[in-house]
Design a binder for this molecule. Structure first.
Ligand SMILES: *Cc1c(COP(=O)(O)O)cnc(C)c1O
Length: 341
């Protein structure tokens, strides 16, 4: 199969339409059989619930080529489960988890020409999402829904090495204690847009959000979970009911324990103790891990010993082991790699 003529190393993280996308519709209480389509546009009524009341949830995953030439994706069963949980919280019907995985496979296969080659650092980003599609004006959930999967090739996250970033402790809140911080919903991103633009204007790469009830505990950034490494090499990750359960973070914790033999702790992490950690990173599908070199808390700087030039040593081992597993260079735990072809 011939690949598209794309300069894989130089594309960024932007929308490049591919040939096919997947669509299924929910109507009269059931999902139709679903199909691939070439039409990238969605036509909806002006009063569709998604426009008026933001009833929409999504997922993010990647398809890529392994060292031995297979096109694969990583733990799609967990994306299926998470989308179902997100849907439930917004009173949307779940898209069946087995059908989700099947639809992801179909969509990637149809866009095989856009899956970047091994070694390019680029990937095919896969975005499943669903939304309330029929007109709603009195506040209530929609009766009809559309589930779609779009794909778009994205370039290497780190061009020329993973440089540590600088983040700030923000006064904005991301999630309330019994709110929607734990689901992957567009609404959580809409309200983060001002906070991230403000951070960028002040010269920071990201926001560290604290728990909104006490403002003493670390939650996450707008789109990635934290991992920390202590000076005696324990991997620590914040536990909270209002952070999004990152699949990357859960995978890294497993890798730390079972591949690297490290002690791991998933617990509440106080902002006060962050200065004592040796390393800090942000984890999510896009970057796997972005190293954090500096955190600024209202003018007070926390500089990690790993510095601003490279990833800390344990962060780097975690990064290399997980990306090694993903790329087929290191044997994966049972069920982690879904081979498309
Ligand atoms: C998607 C997301 C993450 C990262 O999750 P992964 O499954 O690792 O990609 C972290 N935080 C938020 C708020 C997210 O939406």
């Amino acid at each position: 199969m011939e690949k598209k003529n794309i300069d894989w190393g130089s594309i960024g993280f932007g929308y490049i339409p591919t040939d096919y996308r997947y669509v299924a519709n929910f109507k009269d209480g059931k999902w139709d059989e679903g199909t691939l389509t070439t039409d990238p546009n969605v036509t909806l009524n002006e009063c569709a619930c998604v426009f008026q009341y933001a009833q929409t949830v999504f997922e993010g995953m990647k398809a890529y080529t392994t060292e031995d030439g297979h096109i694969v994706t990583f733990r799609p069963d967990l994306n299926a489960e998470r989308l179902a949980n997100s849907a439930k919280r917004l009173e949307m019907p779940a898209f069946p988890e087995d059908r989700f995985v099947d639809a992801v496979v179909q969509t990637i296969k149809a866009n095989e020409a856009y899956v970047p080659p091994y070694g390019s650092g680029a990937t095919l980003y896969v975005r499943p999402y669903m939304f309330g599609s029929n007109p709603v004006i009195g506040v209530k959930p929609a009766d009809e829904y559309q589930f779609r999967i779009l794909t778009t090739p994205v370039g290497p996250y780190f061009k020329g090495g993973a440089k540590p970033i600088t983040i700030r402790v923000t006064d904005f809140d991301r999630a309330a204690p019994h709110g929607t911080g734990h689901i992957k919903a567009g609404l959580n991103y809409a309200m983060s847009l001002h906070a991230i633009m403000d951070a960028h204007r002040q010269g920071y790469d990201e926001n560290m959000y604290l728990d909104s009830a006490t403002r003493t505990k670390v939650e996450e950034t707008g789109g990635a979970n934290f991992i920390f490494v202590t000076k005696d090499n324990t991997v620590v990750t914040p536990k909270s009911n209002s952070i999004l359960p990152s699949i990357t973070r859960r995978s890294l914790i497993y890798v730390a324990e079972h591949y690297l033999g490290l002690k791991v702790e998933e617990r509440e992490v106080y902002l006060d103790e962050v200065k004592d950690f040796a390393e800090c990173g942000l984890c999510g599908t896009a970057a796997v891990i972005s190293p954090v070199g500096k955190i600024v808390d209202h003018g007070k700087e926390i500089c990690f010993p790993s510095g601003m030039e490279e990833m800390g040593p344990t962060t780097k081992k975690l990064y290399e082991t997980l990306t090694g597993i993903q790329m087929g260079r290191i044997e994966a735990p049972e069920g982690w790699i879904k081979v498309i072809e």
